[in-house]
Design a protein around this ligand. Structure first.
Ligand code: NAP
Length: 335
């Protein structure tokens, strides 16, 4: 049996990856409806070797699907997701509903059971949060998390297709001696780092940083977990990287942690400093797992650990996680 699958934002960075992931995983698709905005009228996307014309999203066209994968920004989700959920189940990549109490926020390796209580909409967490919790979950199960300190190094594809173009254009400008033009970020991103992702709150943290705090607590069902984040945009095209230091209730050794991480679902340990082996974003583009390396004692805590994480945020941080949620719904007879 197959399903009618709607992809809202099918021309975007995540939408294009959703098409690939559905294809690669042989997701049972009977019919695929790719939605985008008026700007994409007449465009086609390719899926399973067929060209499918974009359906322009509006209140009349958003109907008839069993499952809708939304990746067209929070504004579009707020406007159309409830309507779509009258027909099928919505899996939403945007931040629109993540912290709503009646919307589960799901990472299948961490809290698969939460899909069961959805009432039409299931939220896909923020990309940096997904990547981090896949590694935190087995460490929590083994050593009990007390505190998490994370700094992110986030690639430009996390902002979407326009930011990928901006890094390409500014790199050429820089090399050819032209002043780089900034259309997406407040400063040039080529040959630079920008410690500013999403808007600032008046207490000095950015919305991206606070997403990592609140979403981590919700996904892991640890409402008191202490988390602090610093989120930085870096001139990598794909894959987000994170430096994570944890304090734990129980004693933890590097060997014990490595053992736990090696057995955990969705994770790959890449860690041998004697061979310069550690995860790097460029080398891991297009991969599905969350890679962990630089596993070492945190030094500043009696019980603590520091790790380095890299994952392709367009896949595990967005498209793959959304498709895994849809697969989970099928397994649980919820779709
Ligand atoms: N990029 C990531 O790594 C990532 C990770 C996790 C979550 N997300 C979330 O996923 C969403 C999409 O991100 P992206 O990076 O794929 O952005 P993107 O490359 O800019 O793509 C945006 C997509 O949304 C469509 N869209 C925009 N406004 C629309 C409207 N009013 N009606 C219908 N379609 C509309 C665009 O269609 P047109 O081509 O017609 O403009 C395009 O297909 C965002 O909510 C983002 O926060 C992104």
């Amino acid at each position: 049996m197959g399903y009618r699958v709607g992809i809202v934002g099918a021309t975007g960075a995540v939408g294009q990856e959703l098409l690939k992931v559905l294809e690669e995983r042989n997701f049972p698709v009977d019919e695929l409806i790719p939605y985008a905005s008026e700007r994409s009228r007449g465009r086609k996307v390719s899926f399973n070797e067929t060209e499918i014309e974009i359906t322009v999203l509006d209140r009349n066209t958003i109907k008839g699907c069993d499952v809708y994968l939304f990746s067209a920004g929070a504004g579009t989700s707020k406007e159309y997701a409830q309507l779509a959920a009258e027909d099928g189940i919505v899996i939403d990549n945007s931040s629109a509903f993540r912290m709503e109490p009646d919307v589960p926020l799901v990472v299948p390796e961490v809290n698969p059971f939460d899909v069961e209580w959805h009432s039409g909409i299931i939220a896909n967490p923020n990309c940096s949060t997904i990547i981090m919790v896949v590694a935190l979950k087995p460490l929590h199960d083994a050593f009990l998390l007390k505190r998490v300190i994370v700094s992110t190094y986030q690639s430009v594809s996390g902002t979407g297709l326009k930011a990928i173009e901006e890094l390409e254009r500014q790199t050429r400008d820089y090399i050819e001696g032209r002043e780089p033009e900034c259309k997406v970020y407040p400063y040039p991103i080529a040959f630079n780092l920008i410690p500013h992702i999403d808007i600032f709150y008046d207490y000095g943290y950015t919305k991206e940083e606070m997403k990592m705090v609140f979403e981590t607590r919700k996904i892991m069902h640890l409402s008191d977990l202490q988390v602090t984040a610093t989120c930085v945009r870096v001139p990598a095209f794909r894959c987000h990287s994170e430096s994570v230091t944890i304090e734990t209730e129980r004693p933890v050794t590097v060997e014990e942690a490595r053992n736990v991480l090696e057995k955990a679902p969705g994770l790959k340990v890449m860690d041998d400093f004697s061979k310069n082996l550690y995860p790097t974003p460029r080398e891991l583009e297009g991969t599905d797992e969350v890679y962990v390396g630089r596993i070492r004692d945190a030094l500043v805590f009696e019980n603590g650990l520091s790790i380095w994480i890299v994952a392709d945020q367009l896949r595990k941080g967005a498209a793959l996680n959304a498709v895994q949620i849809a697969e989970l719904l099928i397994e649980e007879n919820l779709l």
